[in-house]
Write a protein that binds this ligand. Structure first.
Ligand code: SF4
Length: 372
């Protein structure tokens, strides 16, 4: 295979990994470019728009993750690409200003450290030989040694290791080869230590991803782990990727999982992103979220509305006196609107509804929860 054929095959595989800290909304995370499926159009966290070059180094893997189309016993065409090939092609795009950065991941080729070395060598070639100072996101290979992980952190702008499920129990249903505590949790903790405030690597961003719905995990468990990881491991982002039936092993027990329909899976993923947003930007804490009897978020209402309906004692919120976080509890009011309300208040009282920077559906939502 030539480089482009390899990239075609390997970028197919990389589309399932969403833990790339550049997309800002639902659609960004699954988009792929027209001129090469390894190009991912994204909007940047700092505003604006660009493209990321995203590929696996190899789709061969010694592991057996049931949800993954590239696990050891899958009958798929395999290939591995060399560091020179990735660097050469990436730099061509970069010099033409068609991409702003590189995202590298890989199946585990023969052992975790050998694979991590391949990723690190590619990043090292870019940094040292080509003096590339731009964005490189490296996936940490589960089971890689501390030294290999530190080398990745040293080279990358961002690193991620996918947690996959919230806890050993649900993880154990998906793989017999990976060890949850040693291969996933220990590296997450190490990355967090290496990149803590005032450390040498504090600039490096760190993210993780859950595969949602492949095992029998509940939303309550995912939310508990998500809140815990933001608090204790200081992660920059947690991503959620809905398991798509048929991609991996069709023998994953179906009856244990609540959401079997593809559209319900995506809606579940969407609700988890709403929770994530409420945790990061709205001052919500884990105990604010309400789950059904099976421990799942409600698919038919967003988690903020659900909270508001359950807490009539909190409302109405007085638009002229409430602080930022009280305003953010009002359905229809987001961070930007809350900021605008605080600004308008500096000029004087807001006396009626049409003095609010809110329109349409969001205004309708907020009306019954506010007072002047
Ligand atoms: S480690 Fe698991 S998820 Fe990653 S490529 Fe191998 S089988 Fe797939």
């Amino acid at each position: 295979m030539d480089t482009i054929q390899k990239l075609q095959l390997l970028s197919e595989a990389s589309q399932y990994d969403l833990a790339c800290a550049c997309g800002t909304n639902d659609t960004d995370r699954r988009k792929r470019g027209k001129n090469g499926s390894w190009l991912y159009p994204v909007s940047l966290p700092q505003g604006g728009y660009s493209v990321i070059f995203k590929t696996l180094m190899s789709n061969s893997c010694i592991n057996d993750c049931k949800y993954c189309p590239y696990r050891i016993d899958s009958d798929v065409r395999r290939c591995t690409i060399g560091s020179d090939e990735v660097v050469g092609t990436f730099l061509e795009y970069y010099r033409q200003k068609k991409v702003f950065g590189l995202f590298l991941s890989s199946g585990v080729i023969s052992n975790p450290d050998k694979t991590m070395e391949l990723l690190n060598d590619t990043a090292g070639l870019l940094r040292k030989k080509h003096n590339f100072r731009g964005y490189i996101h490296l996936k940490i290979i589960p089971g890689a040694s501390d030294a290999a992980i530190e080398e990745a952190v040293n080279l990358a702008s961002a690193v991620s290791i996918n947690i996959e499920t919230p806890g050993i129990r649900s993880f154990g249903k998906l793989t017999a080869k990976k060890n949850y505590m040693n291969d996933i949790i220990a590296p997450l903790k190490l990355i967090s230590r290496l990149t803590q405030k005032h450390s040498r690597y504090q600039r490096v961003k760190k993210t993780t991803q859950f595969i949602v719905g492949a095992s029998d995990e509940t939303d309550a468990e995912i939310v508990r782990y998500t809140a815990g990881m933001y608090k204790k491991l200081n992660l920059n982002r947690v991503y959620f990727s809905s398991y798509q039936r048929g991609l991996g092993d069709s023998n994953i027990p179906g009856e244990e999982r609540k959401y079997i329909r593809k559209e319900d899976g995506f809606l579940r993923e969407h609700r988890l992103y709403q929770v994530d947003f409420l945790l990061r930007k709205y001052g919500f804490i884990e105990s604010d979220f309400v789950f059904d009897e099976q421990g799942h978020l409600f698919l038919d209402d967003d988690p903020k509305n659900v909270w508001a309906k359950r807490h009539p004692e909190f409302f109405p919120v007085n638009i002229n006196h409430a602080g930022k976080y009280a305003l953010l509890r009002v359905p229809g009011i987001g961070p930007q609107t809350a900021r605008m309300i605080l600004e308008i208040r500096k000029e004087g009282k807001i006396r009626k509804i049409d003095g609010l920077p809110l329109k349409g559906k969001r205004l309708e939502k907020a009306q019954s929860y506010i007072a002047f």
